[in-house]
Design a protein around this ligand. Structure first.
Ligand code: NAI
Ligand code: 15L
Length: 269
């Protein structure tokens, strides 16, 4: 596949979308933006919901690849997750198939495997083929997205890299995030690798920086050509001083998904 140039970025108004709007153009991409929330001052922004199939079809027409970030990014009632994340992702893949788009990057999440026990010291890293253990309806929708991606590869030849993103924010803000943090710069590096690697078929990768306290295996991500540059350990002193080390007796600290397994943050809308 020739290197993609024009890329549709769904969820472009969100936290990660805003970070990627700033970083991805340096890799040579021309971004077309899509979000239900208007993006001020952007000429190429489409304001539409993932339920709007006509708008989606127009949005994907002529692009070389899609980065699919749009959706509910926290826990919500099942009916809302169904509409935005499950039906919305289906609508996106249908539009991609109909318009002949060959490559999708799907923003999956660590919460697809959130109930996996976190590895304790000396235990092996969590492999990418560990059984799915969603911690929320939100995580369940990411399992659906990964399976949908596999189906669209097997049935229609649409390639996907499903990135099980850890926590992509400017800085880690909890001791758990020291293990799962993905720096914005590494996220752009990983997305670029996922868009340009050859013959990805459907590949699932974890998305994090090269953290000293890493919990999962980055080898499938590295196999795409991803070379992480950052490590959360520079923030460890401050965070551990404030919150203490993870505690085996604390249920919030027992699993990869952290507090999503016990008291997940709720989508506010
Ligand atoms: P966010 O909540 O800041 O942004 C999501 C965007 O999607 C919003 O701008 C919202 O308007 C848009 N959206 C929601 N429903 C929509 C619909 N039905 N139609 C059109 N647009 C809709 O989330 P964030 O943090 O930017 O995450 C982006 C993606 O990455 C999400 O799919 C999230 O699940 C995934 N992810 C993010 C992680 C992170 O650390 N930021 C970690 C793991 C996964
Ligand atoms: C996610 O999937 C969420 O979208 C993001 O807001 C963070 O909470 C992240 O996981 C996390 O696990 O920290």
């Amino acid at each position: 596949m020739p290197a993609p140039r024009t890329v549709l970025l769904t969820g472009a108004a969100g936290g990660l979308g805003t970070l990627m709007r700033g970083l991805l153009p340096a890799y040579g991409y021309e971004l077309r933006l899509f979000d239900a929330t208007p993006i001020e001052g952007e000429r190429h922004a489409i304001t539409a919901d993932l339920a709007d199939k006509d708008a989606l079809r127009e949005a994907v027409r002529g692009v070389d690849a899609i980065i699919h970030l749009a959706g509910i990014s926290l826990e919500a009632p099942f009916e809302k997750i169904l509409r935005a994340n499950i039906e919305g992702t289906y609508n996106l893949y249908e539009a991609a198939r109909e318009e002949g788009v060959k490559r999708v990057l799907f923003a999956s999440s660590n919460h697809a495997v959130g109930f996996t026990p976190r590895p304790r010291e000396g235990e092996p890293l969590i492999p990418v083929d560990t059984p799915r253990r969603p911690d929320t309806y939100y995580g369940l929708s990411k399992c659906f997205g990964e399976d949908l991606a596999q189906l669209y590869w097997d049935l229609h030849g649409v390639e996907t890299v499903s990135v099980r993103i850890g926590s992509c924010f400017m800085e880690p803000t909890s001791v758990r995030m020291l293990s799962v943090w993905l720096s914005p710069g590494d996220c752009a590096r990983l997305f670029h690798a996922a868009l340009t690697a050859e013959d990805v078929r459907h590949t699932v990768v974890y998305g994090s920086s090269a953290n000293t306290r890493l919990w999962w295996d980055l080898s499938t991500a590295r196999g795409l050509g991803y070379e992480p540059q950052d490590d959360s350990e520079q923030y460890a002193g401050k965070l551990v001083a404030e919150h203490g080390e993870l505690d085996d007796a604390n249920p919030d600290h027992a699993h990869l998904g952290g507090h999503f397994c016990t008291n997940p943050p709720r989508w506010p809308y």
